[in-house]
Design a protein around this ligand. Structure first.
Ligand code: SAM
Length: 448
């Protein structure tokens, strides 16, 4: 671990007094390993010696770090590897669920998708999560992680926070998990420590205020803002929350937390210190918007890609369970939740929507090639495709996009499963198979 910067040590001493030494010691220790199970896919208890994360019913610590890349269950979206402090958002389940069954959540800074996958699990069936990532290069991993998680009521966008300002009052919940100076991640991320300086903290604090102000109009009056960072300093945390309260118009929502959890309460939020909790450094505050949203004149985007409704009685309707409307865009078929179809059309007019609903498949001539995301969707209709359950070595060969042989008669699209968990499709051609796993997702690790 590189040397901890002296001005950072001093800022910790200002914040914590004598306790700063304990925190610095914790930053020199190994980081705990934790995962969060996907309720839509599997029962918990896949690893030996799991211990629960106190604030997240689906979160567990593992006694050691397994070779996650070599576990097909990870690729099938049975769990997400996430540091435990960030799982605290699970505590907001009752508040989110009280916002109605068409609740819309905007996760503004979403890649790689840890909190998006958690929020997707809090949504009521008619709700929608919009997961946004401003950087196109990072949006790819967000798309992949959300596809593997498999929640159908999700859209992924790639926009600057300001672009959301035109969607006046459209969201009930806004999560700003802000880009920050990363002080709480120093033991995981040496680059964050190298980049740290007092000037960088100020730069981050200003950027965070611009992000909040840019998207603020998208949150409806009475809606919830969840503001979080993985840093300790006051400027990026309490001071920014107070600025949001005073300048943008919001009031705190107080949470009642058991003292045994070790989460500290600060002026304007809740702090996770690695010497007090088993997790990384984290700050979170929940606010209710008190200011009204201002109406914005919508400018239609003439270049927006048009979607066409699918003809009735298409075979794809049998591939999903639950209610969906099917649309085709550039021959790619998507299934959308009917309650959010009109809103998703509005999003497509105004934003850069990379994905909405379930990616079902691609029309190629008379054939529809089922999408990998369909295999991984929790809405996949059981037995819609012939299935072959393979052992772990065969699953890993599939995930590497190697050619695999199947004990299967007939020429068809086959859903490959491992421990009954869907991983993806192959096209079985009789003597050989075509591996349809996306090239961008393939495991690059050498297998012995
Ligand atoms: N929420 C994510 C999760 O739980 O997996 C982590 C988000 S990370 C702390 C912050 C994200 O903000 C990064 O993906 C980064 O690319 C994005 N970001 C950076 N600058 C930004 C800006 N000016 N506006 C919006 N997002 C930005």
């Amino acid at each position: 671990m590189p040397e901890i910067p002296l001005p950072f040590v001093q800022s910790l001493q200002n914040l914590l007094g004598a306790e700063a030494g304990d925190l610095l010691d914790a930053l020199r220790q190994a980081t705990p390993v934790s995962i969060r199970y996907n309720r839509g896919k599997t029962a918990s208890g896949k690893f030996a010696r799991e211990t629960p994360v106190a604030w997240c019913p689906d979160g567990v610590y593992l006694a050691e770090r397994p070779a996650f890349t070599l576990d097909p269950l990870l690729h099938g979206g049975a769990y997400y590897v996430q540091e435990a402090s960030s799982m605290f958002l699970a505590q907001l389940a009752p508040v989110v669920q009280s916002l109605g069954d068409r609740c819309r959540i905007l996760d503004l800074c979403a890649a790689p998708g840890g909190k998006s996958t958690l929020l997707a699990g809090l949504l009521p069936p008619g709700g929608l999560l919009v997961a946004n990532e401003v950087l196109r290069s990072r949006a790819a991993i967000l798309l992949e992680n959300l596809a593997k998680w498999g929640s159908p009521n999700v859209a992924v966008t790639c926009n600057d926070p300001q672009s959301f300002g035109t969607l006046a009052g459209a969201f009930d919940v806004l999560l700003i998990d802000a880009p920050c100076s990363g002080e709480g991640m120093f033991r995981k991320d040496a680059a964050a420590m190298k980049e740290w300086s007092p000037a960088h903290v100020q730069l981050c604090a200003g950027r965070q205020r611009r992000i909040a102000a840019g998207a603020w109009n998208a949150l409806r009056e009475g809606g919830l803002l969840i503001y979080s960072t993985c840093t300790f300093n006051r400027d990026e945390n309490d001071a920014n929350v107070q600025w949001i309260q005073n300048v943008l118009g919001a009031e705190r929502v107080l949470l009642s937390l058991p003292p045994a959890w070790g989460i500290a309460e600060s002026e304007a939020g809740y702090r996770f210190y690695p010497h007090r909790v088993q997790g990384e450094g984290f700050f979170v505050s929940v606010l209710r918007k008190t200011a009204p949203s201002r109406p914005v004149r919508r400018i239609a985007n003439e270049k927006a890609v048009r979607h066409t409704a699918l003809k009735a009685a298409s075979p794809v309707e049998k591939w999903l369970s639950g209610q969906f409307v099917f649309e085709s865009r550039n021959n790619f078929i998507h299934a959308l939740p009917p309650s959010q179809q009109a809103f998703i059309a509005q999003l497509s007019q105004q934003l850069n929507v990379l994905q909405a609903g379930v990616a079902v498949g691609e029309q190629k001539g008379a054939t529809i090639i089922p999408a990998a995301a369909l295999a991984l969707s929790t809405a996949l209709q059981p037995k819609a495709f012939p299935e072959v359950d393979v052992d772990i070595p065969a699953a890993l060969r599939f995930l590497r996009r190697d050619t695999i042989r199947l004990d299967f008669a007939g020429k068809d699209f086959v859903l490959l499963t491992c421990n009954q968990l869907p991983l993806g499709f192959v096209k079985h051609l009789g003597r050989r198979t075509n591996n349809l796993y996306p090239a961008a997702w393939r495991i690059r690790m050498t297998l012995d």
